[in-house]
Design a binder for this molecule. Structure first.
Ligand code: ATP
Ligand code: MG
Length: 419
C-alpha cells in the first residue's frame, strides 16, 4: 500500500468491477442515442454563480455541498454538483437553441458534492443525464420517463418504482406556497426548518425526519391547487406514459432538492437500497434559462445515478452479461517464440480478435495461470519443439483439448473458431 488513500467519500472503479459501471452507463445511454439525443460534455467546474443562481441559493447543494475554490487568476469556481445548469449554459453559449428546438442532449460524468458519506452517498459520484431544452410538450416529458424506464428494464432491474408529481407553474405555485407556509408556521419545528419554510417551503415536504413527516400528514397538497393548464398538462403526461406501459405512482408530496423544477417532477426509487433509495430523478425546469440570463426555454430532463444503479443491480442479484474481454492468450516460451507470437497477437488484434500476451518471460506454469485469469477461450503456446516444426499449440481452455496448427494458420483458424 502507498502512503495515500482515496479521499473520504470517494472510491476507485477497478477491474473487473469497473466493467459493470461502463455497462450501466452504456445501458442508460443507448436508448437516448436511439431517440435523437446528442452527446454533450461540459467542464468539471464552472463559475460558482451558475450553480448559486441555477440550482438555488437555498438548496442544500449550494449552501452545504459545493466544492468552491478560487483560482490563481481570482475566478471563483465550483466543481459541478450537477450538470443541468452547465448543459443549459453551454447550449445558450453556443446558441444551439437558435438552430431549432428542442435541443436534445445527453451527458455522462462525475459530480462532486460535499456530503456525509454513507452507502450510496459519496462525495464523488457519476450520473448519466438527458436534457430536452426549449419545448413545452407533454410528449417530451413522457419520452424521458419512458427512456429511463427502458434503461432500467434493459439492465434487468425490477424492484424500482417511478414516483410522479406536478409542481405547478408560476401561476398556481405561489398560491400553494402561501397556503403551505401558513400550515408550516403552525407546526412544532426547529429554527432551521422554520427558516427553510420561509425561503423554500416546498422543500420542508422533503424532510426525511419521522417527527417532521408525522406533522406533515395534513399538509395542503399542490395537486389541489394546480391551475387548469398545469392540470391538463399533467394529465396528458400521465396518459402518454400509461399508454406506453410504464407503471408509476402518483406521489403528491414529491418535491426535489433543486429550486428550478416546475410542473412534471419524478423520481426513480429502488426498494433494495435502504435510505439512499433514489436511483434517479428529474422533471421540468421551465424557469432555469431565464434564471441564468437566457431567454424563456421550457425544458425537461433527468439524471440517473450510476453508483446507485450498480448498487440496485447488486441488491437484486443481477449479474450483467459482460463478455470476457480477452478471447486469445498467447504464451511464448523463449526469445524467438516471443517475437513470432507478439507479431501474431498484433495481427489478431488488427483483425478484431481480442488478444493478450504473457509478458515478462514467464515459464509455462506461471504463463498458463495468466491465461486462465484472462478468461480467454483459447491459449496459443509456442515452445522450442513447436518452433522447429513450424507449429503452435492451440489450447481450448474450456475443453482442455490441444491441437497443433501451422503458425501461418493462426489468424484464420481463430477467426473461424471464434466467428
Ligand atoms: P438524495 O435525495 O439522495 O440526496 P438528490 O435529490 O440530491 O438525491 P439528484 O440531485 O436529483 O439527487 O441527483 C440524481 C441522482 O444522482 C440521484 O437519484 C442519485 O442516484 C444520484 N446521487 C445524488 N447524490 C449522490 C451522492 N452523493 N452519491 C451518489 N449518488 C448520488
Ligand atoms: Mg442530495
Amino acid at each position: 500500500m502507498s502512503t495515500f488513500k482515496a479521499p473520504k467519500g470517494t472510491y476507485d472503479l477497478l477491474p473487473p468491477d469497473s466493467a459493470k459501471y461502463l455497462a450501466v452507463r452504456e445501458a442508460i445511454a443507448a436508448p437516448l442515442r436511439n431517440s435523437g439525443y446528442g452527446y454533450i460534455e461540459t467542464p468539471g467546474f464552472e463559475n460558482v454563480e451558475l450553480f448559486a443562481r441555477g440550482v438555488g441559493e437555498s438548496t442544500d447543494i449550494v449552501t452545504k455541498e459545493m466544492y468552491v475554490f478560487e483560482t490563481k487568476g481570482g475566478d471563483r469556481l465550483a466543481l459541478r454538483p450537477e450538470t443541468t445548469a452547465p448543459v443549459l449554459r453551454a447550449v445558450l453559449e453556443a446558441n444551439l437553441h437558435k438552430a431549432g428546438l428542442p435541443v436534445k442532449v445527453w451527458y455522462s460524468g462525475s459530480q462532486y458534492r460535499y456530503e456525509r458519506p454513507q452507502k450510496g452517498r459519496y462525495r464523488h459520484f457519476s450520473q448519466v443525464g438527458a436534457e430536452a431544452i426549449g419545448a413545452e410538450d407533454p410528449a417530451l416529458d413522457a419520452e424521458l420517463i419512458i427512456l429511463a424506464d427502458q434503461s432500467y428494464r434493459a439492465l434487468g432491474l425490477q424492484n424500482f418504482r417511478i414516483l410522479l408529481n406536478s409542481l405547478g407553474d408560476q401561476e398556481c405555485r405561489p398560491v400553494y406556497r402561501a397556503a403551505l407556509q401558513d400550515f408550516l408556521r403552525g407546526l412544532d419545528l426547529d429554527e432551521e426548518t422554520l427558516r427553510r419554510a420561509e425561503i423554500n417551503p416546498l422543500r420542508v415536504l422533503d424532510d426525511k425526519r419521522p417527527d417532521v413527516q408525522k406533522q406533515l400528514t395534513d399538509a395542503p397538497l399542490l395537486r389541489d391547487y394546480l391551475c387548469d393548464a398545469c392540470k391538463a398538462y399533467h394529465e396528458e403526461v400521465r396518459e402518454l406514459i400509461t399508454a406506453a406501459g410504464v407503471v408509476f405512482e402518483d406521489d403528491p408530496k414529491l418535491v426535489r432538492g433543486l429550486d428550478y423544477y416546475t410542473r412534471t417532477t419524478f423520481e426513480f426509487v429502488h426498494d433494495g437500497l435502504g435510505s439512499q433509495s433514489a436511483v434517479g430523478g428529474g422533471g421540468r425546469y421551465d424557469g432555469l434559462s431565464e434564471m441564468i440570463g437566457g431567454p424563456a426555454l421550457p425544458s425537461v430532463g433527468w439524471a440517473l445515478g450510476v453508483d446507485r444503479t450498480v448498487l440496485a443491480l447488486e441488491a437484486e442479484g443481477i449479474e450483467l452479461d459482460i463478455p470476457s474481454t480477452t478471447s486469445v492468450f498467447a504464451v511464448p516460451l523463449g526469445e524467438e517464440a516471443r517475437r513470432i507470437l507478439f507479431a501474431k497477437v498484433t495481427e489478431l488484434r488488427k483483425n478484431g480478435v481480442a488478444a493478450d500476451f504473457s509478458y515478462g518471460g514467464k515459464g509455462l506454469k506461471a504463463a498458463m495461470k495468466g491465461a486462465n485469469r484472462s478468461g480467454a477461450r483459447y491459449a496459443l503456446i509456442l515452445g522450442e519443439r513447436d518452433l522447429a516444426e513450424g507449429v503452435v499449440q492451440l489450447k481450448d481452455m474450456e475443453s482442455g483439448e490441444q491441437t497443433a496448427i501451422g503458425v501461418n494458420e493462426i489468424v484464420a483458424e481463430l477467426e473461424s473458431r471464434l466467428g
